[in-house]
Design a protein around this ligand. Structure first.
Ligand code: PLP
Length: 477
């Protein structure tokens, strides 16, 4: 493709995206296709001769679009939002256009230096402590996902807990990780992948009122392990759990970790970015004093398209020591000078995209004010929606929302709990199949809850109102 062909086709692609975004409300939010529908409509074998880019756009219109679930639709309320704002998409396009691979500072200095500055900016915007800055003892990095960040934190924690021996010897004894029943499943996976093993993941009880991890029980569990010769490696505290956005008491949990010398990882994948608003900054209480690692995902609620998960560490030493290895073919004077960051040593893969450009575009385009406005709008709409739910006695609100997620369930008093839950799921499926909105569910205290996660970039009050009408009709129509 020549630069001139690229220019022409690129304009068509940008027009396509702009038209798609302008007309997004005309699509069913959740894709209605059956398994295999998309593949069955595409050629089974690759072309012998190139078919031109028009064919790709044709495939997009005719086959791929029906198989798309429209995450940027303003009535997308499923899971958590995954914002792909205009500036983020353009930043990502520039990154693809540059096509650099930033595994080392030397392989594209701007890729590393912009990333370091972008995550420092974000740390400042979120009120995170100065030792998380890349010009201090710690530092931040953009990882692919909060799951990847948890794994990396786990490897650093194991490195520290083993006095550096794990890297050479592997896991020779037993190590334990501590979570609550509400911790994201990626932590158990990190235990599995890192060699800690799921049998050594201790699920600590929670306060039934706040659903926050119980620090006393944590302390007892760590002490029992230590007495039995098991090495406590990592505790995960969550700020905004996946099911209900519960917030663990990070400070108290962190004090136990400090006392016992255990690595504290704070998973704030969804909710951490809310700290851009001073009135929500209380969620980070204890992070400055106690967190060894902290992760939040701009690719959820901060208008930045996937993948962009930021992991900060208080001390980069254990992380870099756990992951670095230097084969001859990567040696270069800048790395050897010790004056640069080589982000390959902070992550599992070697290669890395220029992901900072999309975060940078978002931070520059919106500024702190624009980001606060976006978060506040989500919180406000969630509170209003929760008010509607609470005012309708056919529904039960789980609790007042703190962020953009509202959990609720319809009451079916004539049915036993299992039958009532089945009905909730059936009606939710019917609501989603109708295509006007998309919500998902979870289970809390053994009962199904419907989750309404507000925070897509284009969501306005009218979308929430229309969805509330659709919910009432679906559950009680
Ligand atoms: N942690 C929490 C609290 C989450 O809610 C999620 C996803 O929703 C994750 C981790 C995993 O996120 P990612 O897709 O970035 O791995």
């Amino acid at each position: 493709m020549s630069p001139e062909e690229f220019r022409e086709l690129g304009k068509q692609v940008v027009d396509w995206i702009a038209d798609y975004r302008a007309g997004i409300e005309s699509y069913p939010v959740r894709s209605p296709v059956e398994p295999g529908w998309v593949r069955d409509r595409l050629p089974a074998h690759p072309p012998e001769r190139g078919t031109g880019f028009e064919q790709v756009l044709g495939d997009l219109d005719e086959v791929l679009l029906p198989g798309i679930t429209h995450w940027q639709h303003p009535a997308f309320f499923a899971y958590f939002p995954s914002g792909a704002s205009g500036p983020a998409v353009l930043g990502d396009l520039l990154s693809s256009g540059l096509g650099v691979q930033g595994m080392l500072w030397a392989t594209s200095p701007a890729c590393t230096e912009l990333e370091a500055l972008a995550v420092d900016w974000l740390a400042e915007l979120l009120g995170l402590p100065p030792h998380f800055r890349t010009d201090a003892a710690g530092g931040g990095i953009i990882q692919d996902s909060a799951s990847g960040a948890a794994l990396v934190a786990c490897l650093a924690a194991l490195h520290r807990a083993s006095g550096g021996r794990v890297a050479a010897e592997g896991i020779t004894g037993r190590y334990a990780m501590y979570v609550s029943e509400h911790t994201h499943a990626s932590l158990a996976r990190a235990a599995r992948i890192s060699g800690i093993g799921e049998d050594n993941v201790r699920v600590i009880g929670t306060d039934p009122r706040t659903r926050g991890l119980d620090p006393q029980e944590l302390d007892r569990a760590i002490a029992a392990d230590a007495a039995a010769g098991v090495v406590p490696a990592l505790v995960c505290a969550s700020i905004g759990t996946t099911s209900t956005t519960a917030v663990d008491p990070v400070r108290q949990v962190g004090e136990v970790c400090r006392e016992r010398g255990v690595w504290l990882h704070v998973d704030a994948a969804y909710a951490g970015v809310a700290a851009v608003c001073p009135e929500l900054r209380w969620i980070s209480d204890g992070v400055a004093e106690c967190a060894d690692s902290y992760c939040t995902d701009p690719h959820k609620w901060l208008l930045t398209n996937f993948d962009c998960s930021v992991l900060w560490v208080a001390d980069r030493g254990p992380l870099v020591q756990a992951l670095s290895s230097t084969p001859e073919y990567l040696r270069n004077p800048a790395s050897e000078s010790g004056a640069v960051i080589d982000y390959r040593d902070w992550q599992v893969p070697l290669g890395r995209r220029f992901r900072a450009l999309k975060l940078w575009s978002v931070l520059r385009w919106y500024g702190a004010e624009g980001l606060r406005e976006h978060i506040r709008s989500g919180v406000e709409l969630a509170r209003e929606f929760a008010g509607e739910v609470a005012a309708d006695d056919r529904f039960e609100l789980l609790e007042e929302p703190v962020f953009g997620l509202v959990c609720f369930r319809p009451r079916y008093p004539d049915l036993d709990p299992a039958a009532a839950d089945r009905r909730v799921l059936d009606r939710l499926e019917a609501l989603n199949s109708a295509g006007n909105a998309y919500l998902t569910h979870t289970e809390v205290d053994g009962r199904v809850q419907v989750r309404m996660a507000i925070g897509a970039a284009g969501t306005e009050r009218r979308h929430v109102h229309a969805t509330w009408d659709a919910i009432r009709a679906a559950f009680f129509g």
